[in-house]
Design a protein around this ligand. Sequence first.
Ligand code: HEC
Ligand code: HEC
Length: 429
Amino acid sequence: MKTSFKLSTLLSVITLAALAPGAADAAIGDPVPGLTPSEKALFFQGKALYEHEFTVDEGVGPLLNAKACNTCHNAPVTGGSEIDTAHLVLHFGIETHGRFYQAHEFGGPVLDPLSIAGEAEAGTCSMPPDTLPVGLPGLITSPRHTPPVFGFGLIDAIGDNDLRKLAGRQHWKDDSVAGIAHYGVEMEGIAPINEFTTQPDRKVPIGPPRVGRFGWKAQNATLFQFTAEPFNTELGVSSPFAPREKTPDGKVPLPNACLVADAQPNDVQSQDTLLLFYFQAFLDAPERLPKNGAIAQGEALFDQIGCADCHVEKHRTIKDYYVPWPDGKAHRVAALSNKKLEPWSDFLIHDMGPDLDDHRRMGKASGRFWRTTPLWGLRFKGRMLHNGSAITIDEAIAAHGGEGAASRDRYFALPMHKQERVDAFLNSL
Ligand code: HEC
Ligand code: HEC
């Protein structure tokens, strides 16, 4: 199946960075065009905070994976993916009789390998970091690679109905392809932001669930949630939107010695979460390289062999996209409303077969289910797939099983020069 001699399929940021003769004016990492001056100012404040290493006094820990968002989200620039696998995030839990349990009492479901214990500022807080309960019957682990967050305001602004419709008509071309809209589970502490989310077709406060689109299993429905949550789970900073911090044995609340003085009940007020959100929401999408003959042919083949059934090119954002504003009101972002985006994803979850099964259920997505990865910005990635295991495009395609098996087989059945055109197209994204 694998064709390891095709050097052209090796993703390399170094060669690719040099690849842009006459390419787009906008650089990767820029804010979306057309922001108002105040939106742009918040983008840059948020960017600084995204790069900021939080200190113990500012609320980092007691358990953590890293002190800054861009410890992981940094390639090729702030907000990107991780170029290697140095900071894989380890999910774990217990599987018995085919059911998955989050191992809270052992520090699950996400391993925090670091703790502030021992740092001067931490005083007498002596909480140990998580250790994987190796040998525990039924233990399953799922390493997760860091995805980029370019263009995430645009993705946030896709209407739920559009994704539902896509799921409804997906099997028209190949009936083995049938993605599912994954209704995200809003986290308990997120309630305060619902008053902000007043987009016309996404305004339900604590009512029906919303269509997930963020995370490897589309487990989260809103970008705000996927800002508040990692702030808490990766950095250990609690906020009004994600107030509870994790302990290695699942016991809450935190011991007094591990609380930040004068910061009760949470480490930070709402502002820091908002700023991190603005950076992600206003970060522009990657721009593709100009088409040449090979790229255009590769794109047509990509469509013909069924890749585009899941990796859907185009979406349009809702007419009125609102974000929470620092004054507590909802604010319409014109630059993200009624805009075209080309993420090459349907944001649905698909059964990708036994080889990609991680046994880690999230909501409705069992181990074999994964969200179609957006392919925009692929040329900037050093690693692919949820666990970062693929370095070449052929490796990523070969891993497609289940609903992706038919198009995978059609790809590898193509003559070599045609496979290379598909690769040229993918490397232009
Ligand atoms: C230790 C590395 C690490 C740090 C630090 C980190 N992340 Fe992530 N991030 C990840 C991983 C791994 C995922 C994939 C999560 C999943 O779905 O399993 C992710 C996913 C995301 C996503 C969703 C991406 C997608 O494809 O839908 C967003 C948004 C995000 N992180 C924001 C943040 C923010 C904001 C911070 C800082 C508060 C942060 N991350 C800190 C590793 C990290
Ligand atoms: C049934 C839906 C489906 C089809 C059809 C499909 N893909 Fe995918 N693709 C996915 C999913 C889901 C993932 C994420 C898998 C994972 O990370 O475990 C993915 C991941 C990828 C990745 C890795 C992206 C990254 O950054 O990690 C590439 C490259 C890719 N697909 C290319 C293709 C090509 C080329 C084809 C056609 C031969 C194709 N896909 C067909 C659903 C699909």
